[in-house]
Design a protein around this ligand. Structure first.
Ligand SMILES: [Zn+2]
Length: 98
């Protein structure tokens, strides 16, 4: 009654199969990159846009899908772009609750 032994051996050959596909985007911080999951709606490639700098009061980070153009923006007044970028990318990577 035990037919599972063969299947177990096959699955152990490639561990990378389990990792989700993602896009690598350049971070605001020089030399660093982030992992961005594909658009939760259409699976398209996301694009990250930055607005504002140390001389403006408001900073905005927008993650936008190139394909279906859905987007989400996070804004901050006091915190820096590096902090905001981290939040924006975390939020994007969170799958909408099902
Ligand atoms: Zn999309």
């Amino acid at each position: 009654m035990c037919k599972n032994n063969q299947k177990d051996n096959e699955n152990n050959t490639d561990k990378s199969v389990h990792s989700m596909p993602y896009y690598t985007v350049k971070s605001w911080k020089k030399g660093e990159t982030y992992k961005l999951f594909p658009c939760p709606f259409c699976g398209g490639e996301p694009d990250v846009k930055y607005k504002g700098n140390d001389y403006t009061k408001t900073r905005k980070v927008t993650v936008k899908c190139k394909k279906c153009r859905c987007q989400r923006t996070d804004a901050a007044m006091r915190n820096g772009m590096e902090w905001l970028e981290e939040i924006a990318i975390k939020n994007w990577n969170q799958k909408p609750s099902v």
